[in-house]
Structure formats: structure tokens, C-alpha cells
Design a protein around this ligand. Sequence first.
Ligand code: HEM
Length: 417
Amino acid sequence: MDVLSRPLIDRTLPLLAEGYAWLPNRMRDTPGPVVRTRILGRPALALRGPEAVRFFYDERNVHRHRAIPEPVLATLFGHEAVHTLDGVAHRTRKSLFLPLLEPGRIAGLVDRVTAAWDEAVPAWSRRGSVVLFDEASTVLATGAHRWAGIPLDDADAEATARDMTAMVDGFATAGPRHLRARRARSRQEERLGRLVGDVRSGTVTAPAGSVLDLVCRHRDADGEPLDEKTAGVELLNVVRPTTAVAWFVAFTAHALHKWPEHRAPLADGDMRFTAAFAHEVRRFYPFVPFLGGLAARDLYWRGEWVPAGGLVMLDVYGQNHDESLWGDPYAFRPQRFLERSAERDELIPQGGGDPGAGHRCPGEGITVGVLEALAVRLARTEYTVPEQNLTIPLHRVPTRPHSGVLLSGVRPPAVAP
Ligand code: HEM
């Protein structure tokens, strides 16, 4: 039977049921790293591998406009966000985020986040136990706001962090988690849209050169400033994912619990090992399952076909666990990144390609920098991990250790890190 006449049963339900394992399972059943299927009523082609990354990020093949379903826009990214743009409109909007790649900006954020962490840990000590995921998200939201020049009262930090994580937690489900995510987004878009209005009217001053300042002054490809709602959406596209580094902090604690031999080199401040550890956390643990765009024209990949307008999916989780790239993909082994570098189109937890030219995450340097700093702090902190459910269910997207990683008897390091 040729590819065109193969029946294509819609696979949206198995996807929702199997989560991270769905595409890798389908890939195992096919001779090459490509799967032809049907998702959300559209014919779809799923790819993986460094060459597939280059194919996927070539705008002549795949575009993003109208590619992201409304429930994902209404929770995770926001309507009219940079994620939804192509061509000149995308490049112009993306220029707003490219300064986030500068080492000086990354260092500034790392300083703010580590200061917030050091302020918070003594209070964790006074409590019997804390859920690390929740505490880390509050620390990250606090640090991100201070660095971005966005006012946030300490009293509001926890609720704001809960909104940030809710938007990520609820994008891929129906039901209460999804409704929570929609409400969180409306609340935060309204808060930040109002702030943009206040800055522009002179009621509030944005620190010169801060993210808030850049967003308020940005002009899109049409020469117009962002309307208040879209400006709020893009401010959220900085503070929300920075807060979401809490997922990787929880995974870090999980890794240190399961493989305690990694604690000493982190605590000793071995910088090469710390960088390798951060990459391995991002590779090994499940966060982004796959990425999607629409075929800009009829496309063929490795003999499989998808018509113009069909869905093209990049199998992110599958590629980060592809035996042909990693050898022993299901072993947590930071040393692999001492033996080899993290190649641009091989390690793709935050997308592939060039962040300046395509949709790759502009926050990768921030994520790695913050994760390194917090992994070292966690390794230097004394605590116990009481009996709890640390399983990471692969059918749940996004997933995390079930308990959020409960820590008890937290004792800050005697000497400041
Ligand atoms: C895009 C993952 C942290 C800002 C993306 C994409 C992924 C991703 C998979 C989409 C790539 C694509 O569509 O091809 C992550 C993960 C993070 C993280 C797992 C860790 C928690 C950050 C941070 C920031 C950020 C810290 C900013 C401070 C963005 C923006 C985009 C994006 C603005 C849209 C880029 C575009 O469409 O051109 N991220 N990200 N992310 N990320 Fe991140």
C-alpha cells in the first residue's frame, strides 16, 4: 500500500493517553525516523534527527501562523505571541528577545534568582518541610520580575508564581487544570497590560534597558508599538518560562536523590561538570514532548508525504532519547557532555536551529545559567527526602515528580555559596 492510500486514523486520543511515549512508540514501529499520522483532523508527519531539525526550521517548509491550537494559545503562549509569527514579522518581534542571549543579561538574572533563593532558604529551614517545586517557582518568579523591571510585591510573589506554573501545567489537558491555566493567563495578561499602559502614560517608570522598557518601546514590522494586551503577552513570555525552570529544579532534586554521586562535583563547584549536569537534566527528563508547525507546501521527508497545510511535528522527547544519537539514552549520565559537546541540532529540549533566525528558544542561556546556579546551591544544601511519591508519569504533559519533591530538615549551607 503506498503512502497516499494508507488509512490515516486520527491519533489525537492515543496522543493524549500516551503523552511523551506516544511519538517514540510510533517511531519504533516504522523503518525510518518518520511517522505519518493524523492529529486534530489534519494529516501529520512527525520527524526526528539533526537533519529533520534543519528541515523543520526552514521557513520554506514549515510555518507557524495558525499552527498552534487555541487552547494552547489561551494558556501557554498567548494570542499574537512571537511563537505564532513567520518571516519578517517574526524576525522583528524576535529581536525583542534576542538580548536575552547576551551573557551580561544572563548573569544579571542569575544574580537576581540566586539572591531570591538565598533569601528564601532560611524560611524553608524554619518550616518542617517544603515542596521544592512550589518554593523554586516562587524564587524564580521573584528573581525574574526584579530582573525584568516588573514591580512585584513580596506578598504577591507566591500567587504570581502559581499563575505562571498553572499556565504551563494546563496547556495540554481539558478539565480543571486547563481552566486554571486560562484564568491564570487572563489575570496576568491584564496585570501586565495595565503596567504597560502605566509606563507609557508616565505613571510608572521602567528601568532603562530592562525587559519592561524594551517591550514598552518595541515596534513591530508595521512600525507600530505593541498594543497593551500583546505587550503583556510578550512580558509573560519572559517571566512565565523563567518561572518554569522550576520543572528542571525539581528534576535536579530527583536526579540528586536517585544518583547521589553527582552531588559532590556540583557542591565542589566543578564548572565543567555543572554545565554537563544541566544539559543532561534538560536532555533526560521529559518536559517539551514535541513541536508543531504547518507544511508551507506539499512536503516529502524520507519518502513520506504531507500536503500543504498538514501538520509537521518535531519529536523533541524522542530525539533527546534517540539511541543513534546518545547510545544509552535512558541512562542519566552527565559525563556524556564532558565527552562530547551539546550540538545545536542534536540536543533540542528548547527547540533546534538558530534562535536568531528561527523559533528556537531565546531563553536557553538563561535556563542553563539559572539551572547551573541552583543545582550547585541544592547540592550544597543539607536536607532529607522523606517517603513520598517521586514517580514521573509519562502520560501526563507536562510531567514532574508526583510529589513536587518534598524536602524536610532543610539546612542552608554554613558558608554562602
Ligand atoms: C520558545 C522551551 C525557557 C522564552 C521555546 C520553544 C521551546 C522552549 C521548546 C519553542 C521552539 C520552537 O517553537 O521551535 C523552553 C524550556 C524552558 C524555556 C523547556 C525552560 C524552562 C525560556 C526562558 C525564556 C524563554 C527562560 C525567556 C526568558 C521563549 C520565547 C520563545 C520560546 C520568547 C518563542 C521563540 C520564537 O517563537 O521565536 N522555548 N523554554 N524560554 N521560549 Fe523557551
